[in-house]
Design a binder for this molecule. Structure first.
Ligand SMILES: [Zn+2]
Length: 363
């Protein structure tokens, strides 16, 4: 065990302390931290105390995904995400939307990447540089401090004007210190909802018109509209039958589409993480972690069928990400944690019980 390893709770306190101190001028710190947490979940190392290398372009892709839906107009206006006039990340997202012919429509970032690959690469590059020059080098710095308190990653090569070639010389990546990835994955369930609340507060502060009679800003920033998941419903019914994935009862016409690994913990809405559920199961499960036997069943669905639906409705399966996330989430839970096993039914987590997806290599 490394001496410099921070206990997860202490790590969480340091993260929150940095975020709660001083007014943010942009939501980028929150976005990069969310991306870091998601990356950590999907790359929990076998040795819980190991360091983990994080490619900045991978974070950039996750950050772009976060802003992708947020740049759409809300109550008829474009929401400010920064106190500066030229907000680089939302602008990169808007330019990609325009180039892909998506405008302010609901199509996903993955669709845009397929339709306008060159502009997509350019957007990723711009966000990579922006993360290195702005939030990543300020993430661990208290207001007024001239140096960082590197409790997450070493950041001395990052600064306001860091160039693309300097980043390349550092392998385009940052390295999470010993135990940090495991700690972040373990704390995800606590940190992510807190980060969302801070993000909503920041957006309200930067967009004064929201102070009046406010519609659901949080829903716009982080919600999943029923309508966007609706296109999955019919193809899933055709492929897997019109029955609830959890309880097997026949489904109503407008049944919910459920995220198996909860959306509040990890924002993966690839087909591999989606199932059809009845209202009762969907309402009872809410944000809880499903029993591992449920994860077995969802990952054992016919992949060819999922890929065929993916091609038909332009909606990626994200199968590998779902597997990696499932592994990371469960491996970072304490043994004996309560999981959801069906309506009014729970199961204690037993990590000694074998599951193929718990044992794959995260790299
Ligand atoms: Zn059900």
């Amino acid at each position: 065990m490394s001496e410099s390893r921070l206990e997860p709770l202490l790590l969480g306190q340091r993260v929150v302390a940095i975020l709660e101190t001083g007014l943010r001028t942009a939501t980028y710190k929150l976005g990069s931290l969310m991306a870091l947490i998601d990356y950590a979940i999907e790359h929990v190392p076998d040795d819980p105390d190991a360091s983990v290398e994080v490619p900045i372009p991978d974070l950039a892709q996750r950050v772009l995904e976060l802003y992708w839906r947020q740049v759409r107009p809300f109550a008829g206006k474009e929401l400010r995400q920064s106190t500066q006039a030229r907000a680089r990340i939302p602008r990169a997202a808007m330019e990609l939307r325009a180039a892909a012919g998506i405008g302010t429509g609901g199509a996903s970032l993955a669709v845009a990447a397929t339709r306008a690959p060159t502009v997509y690469e350019k957007a990723l590059d711009e966000v990579t540089l922006c993360l290195a020059q702005q939030p990543l080098q300020r993430l661990q710095r208290l207001p007024g401090a001239t140096v960082s308190d590197c409790f997450l990653f070493e950041d001395s090569f990052l600064h306001d004007h860091v160039s693309r070639s300097t980043l390349r010389a550092h392998g385009d990546s940052i390295v999470l210190g010993p135990g940090v990835a495991t700690g972040l994955a373990r704390l995800a369930g606590l940190l992510k909802p807190a980060l969302e609340i801070m993000w909503v507060e920041d957006v309200r502060r930067m967009n004064r018109f929201l102070d009046e009679d406010v519609p659901d800003v949080a829903g716009h920033l982080f919600g999943r509209e029923r309508i966007s998941l609706a296109s999955v419903r019919e193809p899933f019914k055709d492929a897997f039958g019109a029955r609830c994935f959890y309880c097997d009862l026949p489904l109503a016409v407008d049944n919910p589409v459920d995220h198996v690994l909860p959306w509040s913990l990890l924002g993966i809405d690839g087909l591999a993480n989606l199932v059809l559920a009845c209202r009762r199961c969907n309402g009872d499960k809410r944000h809880s972690l499903p029993a591992t036997s449920i994860v077995d069943r969802v990952l054992e669905r016919d992949r060819d069928v999922l890929e065929a639906i993916a091609a038909e409705i332009e909606w990626p399966t994200q199968f590998d990400r779902v597997v990696a996330a499932a592994r990371g989430i469960y491996r970072s839970q304490p043994d004996g944690s309560v999981t959801w096993a069906g309506v009014r039914s729970s199961q204690r987590l037993d990590l000694a019980f074998p599951h193929w997806w718990l044992d794959i290599d995260p790299r």
